[in-house]
Ligand binder design. Structure first.
Ligand code: PHE
Length: 346
């Protein structure tokens, strides 16, 4: 019986070991410790023994039972820690993984330039006006003293849309639109012969021309400037525009050149060129704006008397300014929408 009973413990250990899950283990347990298990069987065998043998064998069987229970508990513990280990493996965090970047987006480089332009001109007392991109012939050309046969009016240069309208070819129509509003607001004072508050405004926005290459896009930006008062002269234009350029480019090392030119709506007219003393563009003259004294016919179309009111206007290219400021040489990059390019300006 000794050999047999010791085997019971070894068998139980082996069977417990073979159980791979807690449920298996509980099933196997019944074979040894259950109502019909090996220990119960051994206990039953005691009834045939003498009282002394019963005592001795009984104690032995109890010891076996205790050994089996310990083996069972050991296996339970082992299975539990295996399960825990597996769970830790499965749920582990790889803290070396790179984090997920949250893309926040940002302003387009040309928008950054427009914001900058607005800030600078605001600081010089200019307000900001906006107007339609689909214009009438009157505001885009006629009111700006542009003759019927002017080449800018041709289909080669201007996008016409249905109904006789067109995509504005410049922001200059805003000169008329804004001035007319301003004059209307001060009509009563003007009628009393009083002096009207000055018009001092910029009008940034999109403009369109039939044109496309590295430095021309069919859609581009302009920013109009207009200052009209009693004695606003070309000298004021020079001061305002020169100050603007120095602030915009954060440099005193630049020179402006007002090169005589022609626009139907200004007289005299000038192209404004800028030259940097240092940097990659040093020494080159770069055209940044058209400008001039507002033509008397245009003053009249604003609803003002040219004998009393005068001023200057300019139209600059924010796309151009952006290219110069950031050293970009192809205008089309701004409008391709490639994030690899655009995100560099954030
Ligand atoms: N509108 C002109 C252009 O697009 C620029 C300009 C504006 C010139 C105002 C003079 C005065 O070229």
């Amino acid at each position: 019986m000794n050999a047999l009973t010791d085997d019971v413990v070894l068998n139980a250990q082996a069977a417990f070991e073979a159980a791979k899950t807690p449920a298996d283990l509980e099933n196997v347990k019944a074979q040894f410790l259950g109502k019909t298990g090996r220990i119960t069987e051994l206990m039953k065998g005691l009834s045939q023994l003498s009282v002394d043998d019963k005592k001795a064998q009984g104690a032995k069987i109890n010891a076996l039972k205790t050994a089996i229970e310990q083996a069972l508990q050991a296996r339970r513990d082992a299975l539990q820690s295996e399960a825990l280990e597996r769970q830790l493996q499965a749920e582990s965090l790889d803290v070396t993984l790179p984090g997920r970047v949250r893309h926040t987006g940002g302003l387009h480089p040309v928008s950054l330039t427009l914001e900058r332009i607005e800030q600078i001109f605001n600081s010089m007392g200019f307000s900001v006006a906006q107007g339609p991109e689909i214009e009438t012939d009157w505001f885009n050309f006629t009111a700006l003293n542009t003759p019927q046969n002017h080449p800018a009016r041709s289909m080669h240069d201007t996008f016409y849309v249905e109904g006789g309208h067109l995509l504005r070819t410049h922001t200059s129509p805003m000169q008329i639109r804004h001035a007319v509003q301003h004059v209307k607001a001060h009509r009563a004072a003007l009628d009393r012969g009083e002096l009207m508050p000055e018009i001092r405004v910029i009008a940034p926005g999109r403009t369109y021309r039939v044109d496309s290459d590295a430095t021309h896009s069919p859609m581009f930006h302009q920013c109009e400037g207009l200052w009209v008062g009693e004695r606003v002269s070309f000298k004021d234009l020079k001061v305002v525009f020169t100050s603007f350029c120095k602030i915009f480019f954060e440099s005193e090392d630049l020179t402006l050149r007002f090169r005589p030119s022609f626009f139907p709506f200004t007289e005299p007219s000038a192209e404004i060129d800028i030259q940097f003393a240092t940097g990659p563009l040093a020494g080159r003259w770069l055209e940044v704006a058209g400008s001039g004294q507002v033509h008397p016919n245009v003053i009249r179309n604003m609803g003002l008397e040219p004998e009393r009111y005068m001023g200057f206007a300019f139209g600059m290219g924010p796309d151009r300014l952006t290219m110069l400021r950031y050293g970009v040489n192809d205008l089309r990059l701004f409008f391709d929408g490639d994030l690899r390019f655009l995100s560099q300006f954030q």
